[in-house]
Design a protein around this ligand. Structure first.
Ligand code: ATP
Ligand code: LTN
Length: 332
């Protein structure tokens, strides 16, 4: 019998995966994957809360699948799937929406940020986005949700919805917890280090992408915004740029923040930026090469997402039947 606990997490195919997506989420997905029963999805339904070009969305979804695998997630050992392939998700979302308060959703900071950025398209999907995410997590009865710090509030909301539902209808949902890295929970933009590095950022120079060529990665690190001091010291409030680079180097090398500070004490910003850039280049090189190779084998990618959908839909169907029964829907 499989008595491993369950993990679920997802990333939107709303842009190219960044260093932030990798250090905040995927790195932990890989590290946790042998100890848990893992469900990792490409959340295309979340991505369409913002207008997407359909052809580009298809391309990015497949690319993201290849990148998950290239990062070390084996589709034989993990359930890797595309969110929209599981219709039970939308069905559960409706039920959960009827257990979520308007006030709760109004407090979500991501909604506030995204509606400010997309003021011409503040649609109902953008507002109810966290309920779809709660359904992702609860449908697979996940215990743990490895995400970056920006998603903590959504996991808390998921817990509140699940506790409320269980109190009304009996213990049906597992109560999930977020798993947020100590270092790398919030990687900042290289050009404006007071903002999160985001794949759909209007200023792509602030991002480092998984698929970028080494020269381009080096160029972005060398031009990263820092400050007028010269010492490599961690102080996010006063030195956001340098502190961000210290976090990146520490997360990539496995050093603590203090160890990184000690390693570069007395060295100038130039040397430090080169070292950070080189560490990231070497981290991404094998991932980029393997992604390119996998993208040349569309038949393999198709078989991988079909297998993932088959595994995911077994679990999804089971949870949904239970929920429908609990709330009084008559089974067909
Ligand atoms: P978008 O720009 O479309 O909103 P995003 O770049 O913010 O996308 P998501 O798809 O929302 O990325 O997030 C994927 C995962 O990566 C989430 O778990 C999120 O918390 C994490 N993540 C994203 N950006 C960062 C970052 N800069 N630092 C740490 N973790 C991050
Ligand atoms: N909302 C998340 C992406 C996401 C997710 C999930 C993360 C959708 N469903 C389930 C963890 C678990 C985001 O914006 N990064």
């Amino acid at each position: 019998m499989n008595d491993k606990k369950t993990i679920l997490s997802g990333i939107q195919p709303s842009g190219e995966l960044t260093l932030g997506s990798y250090l905040g989420a995927i790195k932990n997905w890989v590290e946790l994957s042998s100890d848990y029963d893992c469900f990792y999805c490409i959340v295309d339904m979340h991505a369409v809360t913002v207008r997407q070009d359909p052809a580009l969305l298809r391309k990015r979804t497949l690319e993201q699948l290849a990148q998950y695998i290239a990062c070390g997630l084996d589709p034989e050992k993990n359930t890797i799937f595309i969110q929209s392939h599981i219709p039970e998700l939308a069905q559960l979302t409706w039920v959960l929406m009827c257990h979520t308060g308007f006030g709760e959703l109004s407090r979500m900071t991501q909604f506030k940020d995204k509606s400010a950025k997309n003021s011409d398209n503040i649609n109902a999907g953008l507002f109810t986005y966290p309920v779809l995410m709660a359904a992702d997590i609860l449908l697979y009865q996940a215990h743990l949700v490895p995400v970056g710090g920006d998603q903590k509030q959504h996991v808390e909301l998921t817990r509140d919805i699940a506790l409320r539902f269980n109190a009304l209808h009996g213990e049906v949902f597992t109560i999930p917890e977020s798993f947020i890295p100590k270092i790398g929970a919030r990687i900042m933009s290289l050009t404006s280090p007071e903002n999160k590095m985001s794949k759909s950022d209007a200023d792509p120079d602030g991002c480092v992408f998984l698929m970028q060529k080494p020269e381009e990665i080096m160029r972005r690190f060398k031009r990263a915004v820092t400050d007028s001091e010269t010492n490599v010291r961690f102080d996010p409030a006063k030195k956001p740029g340098i502190s961000n680079l210290i976090s990146v180097y520490s997360a990539v090398s496995g050093n603590s923040i203090t160890e990184t500070e000690a390693l570069f004490s007395g060295k100038g910003y130039g040397d430090f930026k080169t070292a950070v850039g080189e560490a990231v280049v070497e981290l991404f090189r094998p991932i980029r090469e393997e992604t390119d190779r996998l993208l040349g084998d569309k038949a393999y990618l198709e078989s991988a997402y079909k297998k993932g959908a088959e595994k995911a839909s077994g679990v999804a169907g089971k949870t949904l039947r239970k929920i429908y029964k609990k709330i009084g829907f008559i089974p067909l």
